[in-house]
Design a protein around this ligand. Structure first.
Ligand SMILES: [Zn+2]
Length: 285
């Protein structure tokens, strides 16, 4: 337990601590995705394109609304850092913090990746996760976190004093710059906190510090998403590889990641693109 050394616990400290935890958001009220609708979408689908993200690098790709995409492990255990934008408006992007608050620190089948304010709508729904069996391990870790940020050269410089140019932040920036024909310094302003695909992480029980351990992902594993709106995505094959030891350097063995984009064979009956939040944006009485 962390205590400030210059404070003393009051006499009713135990009582104050004993109050029950309350789930912050009434997530029971969340519009629930209809599993049968997504099952119908994935029952018959055709691979329409695929790309490979090279190790220690990033690639961008677009996914039309109503299509599915998979991130697939190939060759060896590898973590991927995923950014998602509205393909028509980069100001609407994946909101890691709210996704974490609405679902959990780690996401799996049935969870949705929400967009930033003032939009707040599902960008994508996770429709399959071959690592769904992992759950929570004895260290309290899970897979596919939305608690990390992304490895970046600024934090690396702060901590090590050295420059490294293949952190996920840089890989995502270069990928977006290439896709949109913008300078990398402009692209990096659009890069945001990621979904850490395949990454196995948690908080230490004693100090509540962010930790990682070698990803349980193996070649053939994949996570699959249904695109709720037209998406622009960027994926980095993290220089940390399976993130079992280090990151932000060339030490770890790294592997490519494959992205596959699928079109459902039939129109998905009953599915509609989610609208942005209809909050008035008055912000005052
Ligand atoms: Zn990384």
């Amino acid at each position: 337990m962390r205590r400030s050394p210059d404070t003393q616990a009051p006499s009713d400290a135990a009582e104050r601590r004993r109050v029950p935890p309350v789930i912050v958001y009434a997530v029971d009220a969340l519009p629930q995705p209809d599993p049968s609708l997504y099952q119908a979408a994935r029952a018959g689908m055709t691979l329409i394109s695929a790309l490979t993200v090279p190790p220690r690098d990033g690639r961008a790709f677009t996914v039309p609304a109503g299509h599915l995409f998979r991130i697939v492990s190939v060759e060896g255990p590898q973590v991927g850092d995923l950014n998602i934008w509205n393909a028509h408006d980069l100001s609407e992007r994946f909101f890691s913090g709210k996704t974490r608050a609405l679902h959990a620190t780690h996401v799996t089948t049935g969870d949705r990746l929400w967009s930033t304010l003032p939009y707040l709508r599902p960008l994508a729904t996770i429709t399959h996760d071959t690592l769904g069996w992992y759950g929570w391990d004895e260290d309290g870790a899970g897979v596919h976190d939305v608690i990390g940020t992304r490895c970046d050269p600024y934090t690396n410089k702060l901590l090590k004093g050295t420059e490294y140019h293949h952190c996920c932040h840089s890989n995502l920036s270069r990928a977006l710059a290439a896709e949109r024909g913008m300078p990398v310094t402009e692209a990096e302003l659009h890069v945001h906190d990621v979904m850490n695909v395949f990454m196995c992480t948690g908080y230490t029980r004693d100090t509540h510090q962010y930790f990682m351990k070698a990803s349980p992902v193996r070649p053939g594993d994949f996570i699959e998403f249904f695109a709720e709106i037209d998406l622009l995505c960027a994926l980095s094959a993290c220089p940390g590889g399976d993130c079992g030891a280090s990151h932000s350097d060339d030490a770890a063995p790294c592997h490519p990641l494959k992205v596959e984009i699928y079109r459902p064979d039939r129109a998905v009956a009953g599915w509609h693109q989610p609208e942005p939040s209809d909050y008035s944006r008055a912000h005052s009485p």
